[in-house]
Each structure stands twice: as C-alpha cells, then as structure tokens.
Write a protein that binds this ligand. Structure first.
Ligand code: NAD
Length: 304
C-alpha cells in the first residue's frame, strides 16, 4: 500500500494546538506537508488565549524534521480568517489543504443557554468556518486544486442533550460544507466533513449523564484515529467530495441524509390537506427505497 504523501503541499489546520487538530497537523507534516498550525490557545470554552499551544506543536513538527509555522489568530473574525490564510501565503506561497477543526463548547440544558453561550459557539464553529474557508477557497479555486475538511459532530447531525448551541453550530457546518463542495467541484476543490468522537479535553468536558447508553467496552479514542480519515480526505487521490464520515469508537462510516420515496400529489390532483397527510403518513415516513440527493436540484429532480 503506497503511503499517502503531502510532499510539496501546504496545509492549514485550525485549532491545531491540541486534541484532534494537533494530531492532524503532526500527521500532515510527517507526510511532507508544510503546515500552518493555527490556535487561539484558550480554554475549552473559548476564553483566554496565547501562543504556547500553537508554538508547542510547531516545535514538535520541526523537531521531527518537518516544516510548520504558528498562527495565533482567531478563526471567529473575518480579519482572523484572512490572517490565517495570509500566514500560509507568506510562509509557503499557497494553500492546498484546509482542515477546519477549531472549536469550543459551552454545554447546558436548553433553557439555561445564555445568549453569549449561543453566540460564541456560532462564532467559532460556523462563522469561523466561513471566515477561514472563504480566503482559502479563493486561492484553491484560482489554481484549480484544493482539499477542505470540515469538522461537524454526531451531536449536530443526530442530536445530543445539553448541546443545543453546539449542535446548531455543527449542523450548520454540514450545510456550509455541502455548498462549498458544490461550488468547489468545477475547480478541483474536494470538500468533505468528518464527525469525530475521540478522547480530548473537549470529550472530557461532557456531562456523563447525557452520554448514558454509550457502551463502556474498550474502544479506540485516540485523536490519531480521527486523523486517519482527515488525512485521507485531504489527500490528492481522494476521489470523494460532498460527503460526510463518522469516526467513532474505532468505526469509520459514511453519514448521509436521505429522503424517502414519499407520497406524491399529481399536478392535476386537488391541493393536499392535513387529512391527506394523515392518510399517507406511513408512506411519507417509509424508509424503504430512500434516495441520497447530491443537491437541492437532485432532490427535486427525484419527484415524479
Ligand atoms: P480541543 O478543545 O482540544 O481542540 C479545539 C482547539 O480549537 C483548541 O486547541 C482551541 O484552542 C482551538 N480554538 C478554539 N477557538 C478557536 C478560535 N476562535 N480560533 C482558533 N482556534 C480556536 O477539542 P477537540 O476534541 O480536539 O476538537 C477538535 C474539533 O473536533 C472541534 O471542532 C470539535 O467540536 C470537534 N469534535 C470533537 C469531538 C470529540 O469527541 N473530541 C466530537 C465531535 C466533534
């Protein structure tokens, strides 16, 4: 099996000062990429900041013979996003790979979520993904090559108690990735999303009560398990785009959103009523023969 190489490639990893991002940055660098190690350096709630976390990872990369530069800008502002991408351009001349990984959490029961706890989550996960990806995408589009990996979450796609702000943000990340994938396709820019679960400080901050039901049997939780998928998707030979993958407890699996065959009201039939819905709700909900549309256009094209 040939080793996936990033020789000659330039990668940006946001939130790479620890946890999953650090593992992504180390692996890409070990495979030859020149890496921008971005991290605000604060706490898990996004408070605080500093150079130490990003500097430490740059040190690890250079000590291992790799090439990296640190970036301490926040992804959560347009200026920060631009500065992160400019760091790659100044240091290495381009950007080929972007892994949007920076994140924070402020978990609380739904009605206890403060406006600030909602705002800061949307700012980092959603706006941050916009602000870094826009300038990086422009470079990739113009040169006709790019690989972008977004980081969503099972909490965002399937739901998890006490994480409404986080889930809303992570759900939005998948919506954003879907569109960047469609717009990137004609320009050689492949865009995919991962839904990780790994042992990091973020995972350690979860309320165990909301996780009751997860098997307690031993399972892989190393950040490197997530990196395996992120690096694969960031690779030149990755043929996939506009897809999402769960990496959890040692299992790698595709995640997709499908639409059922449904109940169709012909154009010349009367307008449907609530009673028609009640009469056909089992057909509407029947998962047999579902479709996985690749876009809004593909979804509507399925309707007879
Ligand atoms: P982590 O807290 O170790 O890593 C997140 C990093 O992002 C931190 O180093 C932090 O300093 C940085 N960061 C926060 N705000 C930033 C900002 N505004 N600008 C730049 N950097 C910023 O946690 P992690 O588990 O490694 O999380 C990595 C990503 O994976 C996050 O997006 C997280 O939501 C996602 N995720 C993790 C898990 C898991 O089980 N660990 C599950 C689902 C999703």
């Amino acid at each position: 099996m040939a080793r996936i190489s990033f020789q000659g490639r330039v990668a940006i990893v946001t939130g790479a000062g620890g946890g999953l991002g650090r593992a992504h940055a180390l692996d890409l660098a070990a495979r030859g990429a020149k890496v921008v190690v971005n991290d605000l350096g604060g706490g898990i709630d996004g408070r605080g900041g500093g150079a130490a976390m990003a500097d430490q990872v740059v040190k690890e990369i250079t000590a291992a013979g790799g090439e990296a530069v640190a970036s301490y800008d926040s992804v959560a502002t347009p200026e920060g996003g631009k500065a992160i991408v400019q760091t790659a351009l100044d240091a290495f001349g381009t950007v080929d790979v972007l892994i949007n990984n920076a994140g924070n959490i402020r978990n609380a029961p739904f009605t206890d979520l403060t406006p600030e706890a909602i705002d800061v989550l949307l700012a980092v996960h959603v706006k941050g993904a916009f602000y870094v990806t826009q300038p990086a995408f422009a470079v990739m589009r113009d040169k006709g090559y790019g690989r972008i990996v977004f980081t969503s979450s099972a909490a965002g796609i399937f739901g998890n108690a006490e994480q409404a702000n986080y889930a809303a943000a992570k759900g939005a990340v998948l919506g954003l990735a879907n569109v960047v994938a469609l717009e990137g396709a004609p320009h050689g820019v492949k865009v995919n999303t991962i839904l990780p679960a790994a042992d990091s400080r973020m995972a350690a901050a979860m309320n165990p009560e909301t996780l009751a039901g997860i098997p307690t049997t031993p399972a892989h939780g190393e950040p490197e398990m997530i990196t395996a998928m992120a690096t694969y998707l960031a690779g030149e030979d990755n043929p996939h785009t506009h897809e999402a993958f769960s990496v959890a407890r040692g299992r790698y699996a595709r995640v997709f959103i499908g639409v059922t065959e449904g109940y169709h009201v012909a154009a010349d039939a009367p307008v449907a009523t609530a009673d028609d819905i009640a009469a056909h709700v089992d057909t509407i909900r029947d998962q047999n023969g579902y479709h996985v549309p690749g876009s809004l256009v593909e979804e509507f094209a399925l309707i007879p």
